[in-house]
Design a protein around this ligand. Sequence first.
Ligand SMILES: *Cc1c(COP(=O)(O)O)cnc(C)c1O
Length: 227
Amino acid sequence: MSIKNNIVKFSTELNLHHARLIAVSKTQPVEKIREAYEAGQRDFGENKVQEMVDKASKLPEDIRWHLIGHLQRNKVKYIAPFISLIHSVDSIRLLEEIDKQAEKQSRIIHCLLQVFIATEETKFGLDVAEVKSLIQSNQLAAFRHVTIDGLMGMASLTENRDQAAREFASLKQLFESLKASSLPPHVKMKELSMGMTSDYPQALSAGSTMVRIGTAIFGERSIVKEP
Ligand SMILES: *Cc1c(COP(=O)(O)O)cnc(C)c1O
């Protein structure tokens, strides 16, 4: 299947679920992104700041760039002028830096809180208690140039689809309970970013509003050596 066909297929399927497709283009060349763009795709996800900045400079300006990987505070300034949504906010200190850089650009940067829902050990993501305390913190209340639009989560890397379904259901439950609670003005529970190539059907069933698909659109990624 061509990239174009894949985009059309996913867009149609996701529309039925009222979910949005984030085409994950990390490690893929600009030509492949252009192909997806020409098929009408506008939302693209990258996990590395430098790679996103390079690609953004070579591609049309109406692309909405989504940062889906871990973000270091010293790199926020590079994406602040153009980033559409940061899915991977996992601390108040990072949010503070995003707020500062957004103010410099005279804009508001939209963010999701990354929640840790998998069973395996990973460094990234907040637990439920941390999400609640961050949302209600006085520090967050003082920020004027960020909004929190919802939550993001990644299921365990396992073949077990039932487990992924359970993990997504737990994130959806947190999302709904926050939505029903009293939230500060710049926190809204609108977006629930969950699901990738291996588990997007389970994520959609659980109520995902954004799925992040790479391999099933662009094909396998070549292995990139970390510097
Ligand atoms: C790479 C990546 C994806 C997409 O993974 P595929 O299996 O290629 O669909 C989704 N979310 C995050 C956070 C990623 O890093």
